[in-house]
Ligand binder design. Structure first.
Ligand SMILES: NC(=O)c1ccc[n+]([C@@H]2O[C@H](COP(=O)([O-])OP(=O)(O)OC[C@H]3O[C@@H](n4cnc5c(N)ncnc54)[C@H](OP(=O)(O)O)[C@@H]3O)[C@@H](O)[C@H]2O)c1
Length: 435
């Protein structure tokens, strides 16, 4: 047991910061034993000093000035739990420059600026840990960088956004519309007032970018990833998929296909017997397929005060024991491997679910199937669902088409022609089916 405490500054004292302060305070003695030294919360920095706090650790000075940490030579470790990429990037850069090691839970920061921050840290002999930035309480960064290093990672599939999984679960289980489920998610605190980044797939894509760097040494920017949100889905899509034996999930996927890497974040039909399909509510899951271990799954709370603080605390203890530097070096080494060639989106192949709302009149089916046939898209099943549409309009029917395996490019070229058909109302919805 060392007599030298690890002096910690908490930058950001909101949801996650409060959880970290609670654990550091309430589990103080157990953490001292596990870390082999005292973990001392020495300073807290916030934006608004006038805010009422739900938890106030005794004898810890709180300020609104980052300089109080930068100028305090006794601080070893900065736990930065500030969102966004403006102040967060400035603080992270200055903290590393001032010789502090850094922990962050900020996926947007690590996704957009991870490589440059890692370089600053490496050049200055400092360390960055970011377990909580991906899937909250699920230790997936540690699994990839440490526990699975004997494997060639072949695939990562996950539900990485709890908000959208809550909405999809709620819609199907409670027969609710997308808007009703979103409102409930907001009431319960699972969704922000502006839920855009959660429901349009950006949040999950930022996490997938981080995992893809670690597992495949390849940088796929969010903007270059095939990405679609859940906001176009209707209850009848979820029901149609369920009747065919699937659940629709916002699936984040990065996998090798004949030596090339395909990545996407999009609502996907997942066979209902897979653990991914059975992940309910706001939970997350990550399945990793390794060349030696096969497929393994890690599931649990992907957000929330204490689950996220749990991941942050694992990093804190790793700093205290000296393990963090090894994990960070593994992250740095992952950059040294050759990146994998990226499979162009149009060449990614799947089976597809296609939903079109069409005029209920003769020859419509022939028009739709003619377009699919001309693009070499073979149909595996076709369902005309008039029951739900009948309530909306007697003149409309809903076609649900499941295709055989075809390329995204074939489907994309058919999309435009389908949407241009005079008998098609609105745009058709097309979703991939997970293998
Ligand atoms: N919440 C989760 O479940 C969860 C899960 C995984 C990852 N994360 C990530 O963890 C990070 C923190 O999330 P959170 O939910 O804890 O956020 P939050 O509740 O909004 O708290 C943010 C904290 O940062 C402080 N802050 C903001 N700007 C600042 C500035 N310029 N200078 C000093 N302090 C500043 C705020 O101060 P005031 O309190 O004075 O406003 C607040 O204490 C984010 O990057 C988020 O993506 C969160």
């Amino acid at each position: 047991m060392s007599d030298t405490p690890l002096n910690i500054a908490l930058i950001g004292f909101g949801t996650v910061g409060t959880g970290v302060a609670r654990i550091l305070t309430e589990e103080h003695e157990q953490l001292r034993v596990r870390a082999g030294r005292e973990l001392r919360l020495s300073r807290i920095v916030v934006r608004d000093l006038g805010k009422t706090r739900e938890f106030n650790p005794a004898d810890v000075p709180i300020s609104s000035c980052i300089d109080d940490v930068l100028n305090d030579d006794s601080i070893d470790l900065a736990v930065q739990l500030v969102g966004g990429t403006d102040a967060a990037l400035e603080y992270a850069t200055r903290l590393l420059g001032a010789g502090k090691d850094l922990i962050t839970a900020n996926k947007a920061l690590i996704c957009a600026h991870g490589p440059e921050l890692f370089q600053i840290a490496a050049d200055g002999g400092r360390t960055i840990c970011f377990e909580a930035a991906v899937a909250g309480g699920i230790p997936v960064v540690n699994a990839i960088t440490t526990a699975l290093t004997g494997n060639r990672i072949e695939a990562i599939e996950g539900i990485l956004n709890g908000t959208s999984n809550f909405i999809l679960t709620q819609m199907l289980s409670e027969n609710q519309s997308y808007d009703q489920s979103l409102s409930l998610a907001q009431e319960l605190g699972y969704a922000e007032a502006d839920p855009t980044l959660d429901v349009d797939g950006t949040d999950a894509a930022q996490k997938l970018v981080i995992l893809t760097r670690l597992a495949f040494s390849t940088d796929v920017p969010v903007g270059e990833m095939s990405r679609k949100g859940i906001d176009e889905l209707t209850l009848s899509d979820l029901e149609a998929a369920a009747s065919l034996g699937y659940r629709i999930k916002l699936l984040a996927m990065a996998k090798l296909n004949n030596g090339q890497l395909e990545t996407s974040v999009q609502p996907t039909l997942v066979p209902q017997n897979r653990e991914l399909a059975q992940t309910q509510g706001a939970d997350n899951i990550v399945t990793i397929t390794g060349s030696a271990v096969g497929r393994l799954g890690l599931a649990g709370a992907g957000a929330g005060q204490l689950p996220t603080a749990s991941a942050v605390m694992a990093d804190v203890v790793d700093f205290a024991t000296g393990r963090a530097i090894n994990t960070f070096k593994a992250v740095l080494r992952s950059r040294d491997q050759n990146p994998v060639e990226i499979l162009p989106q149009d060449e990614q192949k799947h089976r597809f679910y296609l939903r079109c709302t069409v005029d209920d009149r003769p020859h419509v089916l022939a028009d739709v199937t003619d377009i699919l046939g001309r693009h070499g898209i073979s149909i595996s099943s076709l369902l005309q669902d008039e029951s739900r549409m009948a309530t909306a309009s007697d003149q409309a029917a809903r076609l649900i088409i499941m295709t055989h395996r075809v390329s995204e490019g074939q489907m994309r070229s058919a999309d435009a022609e389908l949407d241009a058909l005079s008998c098609v109302q609105g745009n058709c919805l097309r979703l991939p089916v997970a293998d």
